[in-house]
Design a binder for this molecule. Structure first.
Ligand SMILES: [Cu+2]
Length: 290
């Protein structure tokens, strides 16, 4: 890579989330930063990542400067007769208090973000993602639509100009500007439903229903992958999500034989609160769709 390109990449990596750059969804060749955010949560994760990066850079530079100072100023030639003291109260207090303060500052940014991720807002739509060895089932239980998304074979991906190992045979559609609650489970081993641009990563565990959520801000094609080592074809169970307008999504639901009845966001939310077992009968329902 040319020197200029390196500098540009590093500058991009260290830029704050608000910095203007062309939005390219999905992973890109030579990309060094996080994928372009498509949800508010991911924008905040990106900003937090950049904030931490600056703290790490400052600490690394400071420690390097201390090392250089000791190497140059206190080597045997420059300082032939070293002092013999072993304690310095002031320095010891400083190197205890300052790291604690740094951690407090980090925690003050980190905890609100974790709470925001974990607290699912009033959902307008429920999506169920079920991991299988090795493909995903997606279901809109309130609309009665189920799809099975397999890896798009390499020759088809090349022919269609879609990214091999990320494109699927059956892309999932979600409406933009809609809070989608995602129920994540598995039919066999542990998988993980992860979409970097949404800031979402949730374990898919057999016999258990985990919950997460996203609200996509813009239309686009977003990719994710199973993110839990789940066996020999772990790398071949991608996730492809198309964020589209509400009208286009409704059209798609109808074309898949679904019903656009009003959904009741609170029924499933209350049930999953304390008793995951009550959700269990829903899991096998996804199986016969294959
Ligand atoms: Cu998996």
């Amino acid at each position: 890579m040319k020197r200029g390109a390196w500098i540009a990449s590093i500058a991009a990596a260290m830029s704050f989330a608000g910095a203007a750059h062309a939005v390219v969804d999905g992973p890109v060749d030579g990309g060094v930063h996080l994928q372009a955010a498509a949800t508010e949560i991911m924008r905040e994760i990106t900003a937090f990542h950049d904030f931490l990066l600056w703290i790490i850079v400052a600490i690394s530079v400071f420690v390097l400067a201390l090392l250089l100072w000791v190497i140059i100023r206190y080597n045997r030639r420059a300082n032939p007769t070293p002092k013999k003291f072993t304690h310095n109260l002031f320095v010891e207090v400083v190197w205890t208090i300052v790291p604690v303060l740094i951690l407090v500052v980090i925690a003050a940014q980190s905890f609100p973000l974790i709470f925001k991720q974990e607290r699912i807002p009033e959902a307008e739509l429920t999506l169920k993602a079920t991991g299988n060895s090795w493909f995903w089932n997606f279901e809109y239980p309130d609309q009665g639509v189920t799809i099975a998304a397999n890896l798009l074979p390499e020759e088809d991906a090349r022919a269609q100009g879609r990214p091999y190992l990320l494109a699927t045979t059956e892309p999932l559609l979600v409406p933009v500007g809609t809070t989608v609650r995602v129920l994540v489970t598995s039919n066999d081993v542990i998988h993980a439903f992860a979409v970097p641009a949404f800031g979402v990563k949730e374990d898919a565990i057999q016999g258990r229903v985990n919950e997460t959520w996203f609200n996509v801000e813009r239309e686009g094609v977003f990719y994710g992958q199973c993110s839990e080592l789940c066996g020999v074809n772990h790398a071949y169970m991608p996730i492809e999500i198309h964020a589209v307008s509400r009208a286009e999504w409704e059209q798609w639901i109808v074309s898949r034989g679904g019903a656009l009845a009003s959904n009741e966001p609170d029924a499933a939310g209350a049930a999953s609160e304390g008793e995951p077992a009550t959700e269990q009968p829903a899991a096998p329902a996804a199986t016969p769709t294959r």
